[in-house]
Design a protein around this ligand. Structure first.
Ligand code: ADQ
Length: 464
């Protein structure tokens, strides 16, 4: 396809680290889903990627210049933000207001919301950065809730630009979204795009209803007429690099990890892997493990539930609270059921290496993915892609976007602790042939609907 692709996301797909003893700072590629998925279109179109490189305040001017040079050689454009801007735009608005509202958690809203002016200013900075590099024929693809105003702000600067926007998190029901004082302004920001993408039909439906009620605009099919322009809304469920996960899953390093994880262990292993976020449903998942031990005491001293919780957004109070809650539940449940030679819950609050991550996917008898709300959830898909041995059972929340696609998983309501516990039991006793049959069907879907397909479908629709 002709024209460059200009990708705009809060973070650039790299990690910048200051080197010790005043040497050159390091710029390394990140391994996240977005970084992987957009790498190919970014390279093929010879386009640019615009975003925040992370905190550079520990670098001196020479170090910062060095980083800019390294970014430039990867065709990355940095939008630098001051620590005050990051606090207001990222911590306060994006992560303490937009994130909870989009995950149905009005109870997590601060009593008084401040920082919209900084959010607008930072979004305008991203739009300015796009306007500075844009050339006729370029396509712009803006990502996620940090940048809801950017499509309209680019449109003000470049009226005929072709702009796509993708929301990676849920768009909540209008009743919840309307709690935001700036609801009309936010939706108008998104409508600056020509194409707006969501993971699921449900999120798209909520958005269409919100637009109708706020602006009186009606969707004709999947299009709005808005201020003399046509805005399309579409469903594009994001996938993963399934081939890469499958390949790594069969590597020697992962095999060693998986064997090590199972050593000294005769009983079944259940695994949960999440960022430590209140949307991921970890406390109720722990209660479900407890309920499993109560209702099915035959599993006592046999099963092991391993929860990896990656530290996340620790500057936000709600995240410190959920951490305390999880740690106290782990302590209480282990205190109650452990014996000197066995404990039901293994809790790790730390990031882990990729080979251990995939080793865990391979070693798990049951993968428990039970968010109370999640845009998509890539962990569920990564687990499936890694199970080229047709083993393992996926227990999946109906409130993860992934549930719209992964119907052969055991689908549960994560608010129903008893049902989740029963699903864990069903997974543990599932006959091997049923397990393999379900896993093959899941893997066929995840493999064919991978992240490259997601990016291509969105970009084809944007180009159409
Ligand atoms: P997240 O909320 O971060 O993403 P998710 O989709 O599960 O959630 O992606 C997490 C990623 O982090 C996965 O690729 C996983 O491998 C990695 N990861 C998790 N735990 C890890 C650990 N301990 N060590 C190393 N890596 C770990 C947001 C939305 C989701 C949506 C994605 C993509 O909240 O709903 O699916 O964006 O659109």
């Amino acid at each position: 396809m002709s024209g460059r692709l200009l990708i705009v996301s809060n973070r650039l797909p790299v990690t910048v680290s200051a080197s010790e003893k005043g040497g050159r700072p390091q710029v390394r590629a990140s391994v996240g889903g977005l970084a992987t998925g957009l790498r190919t279109p970014h390279e093929q179109s010879k386009g640019l990627w615009l975003g925040w490189p992370g905190d550079m305040s520990t670098l001196d001017e020479a170090g910062r210049d060095e980083v800019r040079r390294q970014l430039e050689s990867r065709r990355l454009v940095s939008v630098e933000l001051s620590p005050e801007e990051v606090t207001a735009y990222y911590d306060r608005i994006a992560n303490s207001v937009l994130w909870p509202v989009c995950h149905d958690r009005l109870d997590q809203l601060p009593l008084r919301v401040e920082g919209w002016d900084v959010y607008e200013r930072v979004n305008a900075r991203f739009a300015d950065a796009v306007a500075a590099v844009w050339r006729p024929g370029d396509r712009v693809w803006v990502h996620d809730y940090h940048l809801l105003r950017v499509p309209a702000l680019i449109r003000e600067r470049i009226p005929n630009a072709r702009i796509g926007f993708f929301l990676h998190i849920p768009f909540p029901t209008p009743e919840i979204f309307f709690a935001l004082a700036r609801r009309r302004w936010l939706v108008t920001g998104m409508l600056g795009a020509d194409l707006i993408g969501f993971h699921t039909r449900r999120h798209r439906g909520h958005f269409a209803a919100a637009v109708h009620r706020l602006l009186g605009a009606d969707a004709h099919g999947n299009e709005f007429d808005f201020r003399g322009r046509r805005v399309r809304v579409g469903v594009f469920p994001m996938g993963i690099d399934a081939k890469d996960f499958a390949m790594r899953a069969e590597s020697e390093a992962v095999h060693t990890e998986a064997v090590r994880l199972r050593r000294n262990d005769t009983g079944p292993l259940l695994v949960g892997i999440d960022r430590l976020d209140y949307s991921k449903g970890i406390p109720r998942r722990l209660l479900a493990v407890e309920q499993l031990l109560v209702k099915h005491p035959e599993w006592r001293e046999r099963i092991r539930f391993l929860q990896i919780a990656v530290p996340s957004r620790e500057g936000v109070r709600a995240y410190r609270q959920v951490r305390d809650e999880v740690e106290s539940l782990v302590g209480r449940i282990n205190g109650m059921y452990a014996v000197p030679t066995w404990a039901p819950i293994h809790y790790v609050h730390r990031g882990i290496s990729r080979s251990l991550l995939i080793g865990l996917y391979r070693a798990a008898d049951v993968m428990v993915v039970t968010p109370v709300r999640d845009g998509m959830n890539l962990v569920a898909k990564e687990f499936v892609a890694a199970r080229t041995d047709d083993g393992g059972v996926l227990v999946l929340s109906e409130f993860a976007g992934a549930a719209e696609e992964l119907s052969e998983a055991l689908i549960v309501n994560p608010y129903d602790v008893d049902e989740t516990a029963e699903a864990m039991h069903t997974a543990l006793v599932m006959p091997p042939n049923e397990r393999a049959q379900r896993m093959r069907a899941l893997r066929a879907h995840v493999t064919t609907h991978d992240v490259a397909r997601w990016a291509n479908e969105f970009l084809d629709a944007l180009g159409a």
